[in-house]
Design a protein around this ligand. Sequence first.
Ligand code: DAH
Length: 343
Amino acid sequence: MEQLLEQINAYKTEIESLTPADAAALETYRIRFLGAKGIVKALFGEMKQVPNESKKSFGAVLNDFKQLAEGKYEEWKTGLAGQPAEAAPAVDFTLPGATDPMGSRHPISLVRNEIVSIFRRLGFAVAEGPEIEDDFHNFTALNLPEHHPARDMQDTFYLHRNPDWLLRTHTSNVQVREMEKGKLPIRVICPGRVYRNETISARAHCFFHQVEGLYIDEQVSFADLKQTLYFFVQELFGQDVKIRFRPSYFPFTEPSAEMDISCLLCHGKGCNVCKHTGWVEILGCGMVHPHVLENCGIDPNKYTGYAFGMGIERITMLKYQINDLRLFSENDVRFLEQFSASF
Ligand code: DAH
């Protein structure tokens, strides 16, 4: 018994003085002290020789020793694992990378770009004009003199500072500015934002977007207008789409028409979108009124031309089946991220 205790003390001192330098040295230690045929196991085997009255105290000493041997082993093991040679890679290369969220094009921009690209292929150039406009370019030059009742068709925001200034109610102002330049022929499309004093609802807004078209040359006819618009809607909506023209009134064109396309949703059978008529209106158009040509310094005896104007929101709603105009300006990411990220 005395001898055993001395032996244990010697092992303790040995263990305290050890520092295994690497994994191999640690393994040698483990086998020597903690292995199946190791010292700890052997000492427990000695228990049976210990007299009954000393079993308790010897057991306690033995357990202490075992804990020391095991504790040191765990300590060295973690210490060695922290060493650079053995270190686990700090970065897990199999994890998916962190990606930056990609923005997407606004649906209005997507459709505007598509409209522009179709007309560019037909030789139309892009022209732009100011959103704050004077009365002449927005109304008077377009055959809408002051007090003309047709001004009521467009509720207008006027500027306090100068009652001659307003937020343009349509992109037709760009027609006037292009004609004033005096360079003929003219073949332009004019995309842009316009403003009207409307109560905001699912179907109306105080600002929206239009694309205006204008073609002025010698001998331009209504047939040219029809063919151009027919090509345009086939490119935008597909080859199967049908068109029809209804007589209408705009002060700046004579004759004037509104163009309908066959309903994309029900293909003419009748549904809510086309109000069960099979047709949906998409634009206004006509032959440029001789007064407008004159107002802009162009000789109506020599030149003729056509013009058209369409709302981009309306076309976008038809194309993507969107039923509330307000979605376009509310900036709800859940709505916006549904559209293509391509540029
Ligand atoms: N400016 C018209 C509007 O905002 C749309 C329009 C109709 C434009 C006929 C035109 C046109 O150039 O010929 O309601």
